[in-house]
Ligand binder design. Structure first.
Ligand code: NAD
Length: 497
C-alpha cells in the first residue's frame, strides 16, 4: 500500500565501486579538477538522506576558465568533419548503452527514481547522442537563383559558437544529452551547468564522452551550489553565443533577462501544467493505463506529467475508482528495490511543496481518495495520491505539481474541457483519450500546447521536436528541429554566374 512506511534497505553492492568511478571534480579542458577556491558540496541520496558523494563547487573563476578552454578549440571543432563529430557521438552512445546498469543505478541513487525508470532513461538519453550523430552529416544549406536573375542566393548553416547548457535534476542523463548531442553535432562547444541535486550522472557522462573522443575544451562541466552567480557570469561573457535552459519558468525568466544583454540565442524548456482529458467515448481501460503513465512516469517529476486530469462527468466516478485502485496499490520505497513502484521525492523542500498543494486544496473542500501525506522515515517519501472535487482557484490546479498526485476535475462538454485545459499560463504537454476521429482532429488542433498525446500517456521521443508554447518555453529539442537551435543561417550573395 502506498501509505505504508517505506522499507529501509542497504545500498546495492555495486554502488560503492560505481560511486568511486565517478569524477568528483569540475571538468575543464579535458580533465577533472578542483574548484579554484577548493570549495565542495554534498550530493544526497533522497531515499535515505545520506551523503552519496562530495563534489567540487565551481566558482566564477572556474566559469571563466571553462569559457577560455571552449574558446581555444571552438574554431578547430567547428572545422572538424561532420562525419568525425558524428562518429564520436555514436561511440559515446555505444559506451553509455554498454554501461546501462551503471548509469541506471547512478540516477536511482542521486535522483531517487526506480531502476526501471532509470533504465528507460538510459535508452532515452543515449538515443539523443545516436540521433544527433546521424544529424551531424545532414546540415544542409541551399542555392537558388535570385528571382530577378540578377545573382545567386547561397544559404549556409554555421555553428552558433560557445553554448551554455543549464539542466534540471529530474532526468539527469537525458536533459544533458538532449543539449550536448545537437551542440556537438552542429560544431559548437558547450559549458554544462548540471543541477546541484544530481551532478554525478553528468560527471560520468563527460568522462565517457571524453573517452569516446570529444577533444579537451569542447565540453566542460561546472557542478556548483553557486548557480546564480556562476551562470550570470557566463551569460555576461561576450564570448557566449547561446543558452539552452531546462528548468522552471521562474528561473527561465531570469535567464531570458540576462540573455537580452548579449542578445543570446535562447532555448527555454520550462514548466508545464498538462491537461489529461478523458472523454466519455474513450476506451476507459486504456485511459486509466495512460493516466498512470502520464502521471507516474518518473514519479510524477516530469515537465510532461499530467497535472490536471479532466474527466467527463458521465465516466468520472468509474474512472476515478479505477485510477484510485491503481494508485493505492503503488509500493513506495528506495528506487533500487525491485518491489518499488515509486521512489522518494528529490528533496525535502519539494516534498513540503507537494504537501502544501494538497493541504491547500483540502482546506478549500477537495477530497482525498488515497494518499495525501508524507511517509515517515529518513528518505523524502510522499504517498501516491488521488484528489478530486477540487475547487477552482486551488493552487494544485494552477501550479505545476511535479509529484505523484493525480488531481481530478470533472467537465460536461468538449468546449468546457478545452476551455479548462487552455486556462493556464503554460503550454507544454497535453493528452486526451477519445475514439472519435473528428474529435481527435478537432481537440488536437484546439489544445494550446507544444505536445499533444492522443490515446497515449508517454510522448517523448528523441526523433520528435520537444518544446512548449506560452510560459512553457521557446524552441524545440530533438527531431530534425533540434540541431537548428545550434546553427546560424548565413546568406551569401553572389553575382549571376
Ligand atoms: P530549477 O529552475 O530550479 O533549476 C534548473 C537549473 O537552473 C538547475 O541547474 C539550477 O541550479 C539552475 N538555477 C537555479 N536558479 C538559478 C539562477 N538564479 N540562475 C541560474 N541558474 C539557476 O528547476 P528544477 O527544480 O531543477 O527542475 C524542475 C523544473 O524543470 C520544473 O519546472 C520542470 O517542469 C522543468 N523541466 C522542464 C522540462 C522541459 O523540457 N520543458 C524538462 C524537465 C524539467
Amino acid at each position: 500500500m502506498s501509505t505504508s512506511t517505506p522499507s529501509v534497505s542497504p545500498l546495492p553492492d555495486a554502488a560503492a565501486a560505481l560511486l568511486e568511478s565517478v569524477p568528483t571534480g569540475l571538468w575543464i579542458d579535458g580533465q577533472s579538477c578542483p574548484a579554484s577556491d577548493g570549495a565542495t558540496f554534498d550530493v544526497l541520496n533522497p531515499a535515505t538522506g545520506d551523503v552519496l558523494a562530495t563534489v567540487a563547487n565551481a566558482s566564477v573563476d572556474d566559469a571563466a576558465r571553462a569559457l577560455d578552454s571552449a574558446e581555444a578549440v571552438a574554431d578547430e571543432w567547428a572545422a572538424t568533419p561532420p562525419r568525425t563529430r558524428g562518429e564520436i557521438l555514436r561511440s559515446a552512445f555505444e559506451a553509455i548503452t554498454a554501461k546501462r546498469d551503471d548509469y541506471a543505478l547512478l540516477m536511482t541513487l542521486e535522483m531517487g527514481k526506480t531502476l526501471a525508470e532509470s533504465q528507460g532513461e538510459v535508452t532515452y538519453g543515449a538515443e539523443f547522442l545516436r540521433w544527433f550523430s546521424e544529424e551531424a552529416v545532414r546540415i544542409n544549406g541551399r542555392v537558388t537563383t535570385a528571382p530577378s536573375g540578377n545573382g545567386q542566393i547561397i544559404v549556409t548553416k554555421e555553428p552558433v559558437g560557445i553554448c551554455l547548457a543549464v539542466t534540471p535534476w529530474n532526468f539527469p542523463l537525458a536533459m544533458g544529452t538532449r543539449k550536448i548531442g545537437p551542440a556537438l553535432a552542429a560544431g559548437c562547444t558547450m559549458v554544462v551547468k548540471p543541477s546541484e541535486d544530481t551532478p554525478l550522472t553528468t560527471m560520468l557522462l563527460i568522462k565517457d564522452l571524453t573517452d569516446a573522443g570529444v577533444p579537451a575544451g569542447v565540453l566542460s562541466v561546472l557542478p556548483t551550489l553557486r548557480a546564480p552567480e556562476v551562470v550570470a557570469a557566463v551569460m555576461a561573457d561576450r564570448r557566449l553565443r547561446k543558452v539552452s535552459f531546462t528548468g522552471s519558468t521562474q528561473v527561465g525568466r531570469i535567464l531570458l533577462g540576462q540573455a537580452s544583454d548579449n542578445i543570446l540565442k535562447s532555448s527555454m524548456e520550462l514548466g508545464g501544467n498538462a491537461p489529461f482529458i478523458v472523454f466519455d467515448d474513450a476506451d476507459l481501460d486504456a485511459a486509466v493505463d495512460g493516466a498512470m503513465a502520464a502521471k507516474m512516469r518518473n514519479g510524477g517529476e516530469a515537465c510532461t506529467s499530467a497535472n490536471r486530469i479532466l474527466v467527463q462527468n458521465s465516466v468520472r466516478e468509474e474512472f476515478t475508482k479505477r485510477l484510485t485502485e491503481r494508485m493505492a496499490a503503488t509500493t513506495v520505497g528506495p528506487g533500487w528495490e525491485t518491489t518499488t513502484d515509486l521512489g522518494p521525492i528529490i528533496n525535502d523542500r519539494q516534498r513540503s511543496r507537494l504537501a502544501a498543494l494538497v493541504d491547500n486544496a483540502v482546506a478549500k473542500g477537495a477530497s482525498v481518495h488515497t494518499g495525501g501525506r508524507s511517509l515517515p522515515g529518513d528518505g523524502f517519501y510522499y504517498a501516491a495520491t488521488v484528489i478530486d472535487d477540487i475547487p477552482a482557484g486551488s493552487d494544485i490546479l494552477t501550479e505545476e505539481i511535479f509529484g505523484p498526485i493525480a488531481a481530478i476535475q470533472g467537465f460536461d462538454t468538449e468546449d468546457e474541457a478545452i476551455t479548462i485545459a487552455n486556462d493556464t499560463d503554460y503550454g507544454l504537454a497535453s493528452y486526451f483519450y477519445s475514439t472519435t476521429l473528428d474529435r481527435v482532429q478537432r481537440v488536437s488542433r484546439r489544445l494550446e500546447a507544444g505536445l499533444v498525446g492522443v490515446n497515449r500517456g508517454v510522448i517523448s521521443d528523441p526523433a520528435a521536436p520537444f518544446g512548449g508554447v506560452k510560459a512553457s518555453g521557446l524552441g524545440s529539442e530533438g527531431g530534425s528541429e533540434g540541431i537548428q537551435e545550434y546553427l546560424n543561417t548565413k546568406y551569401v550573395a553572389l553575382p549571376p554566374s
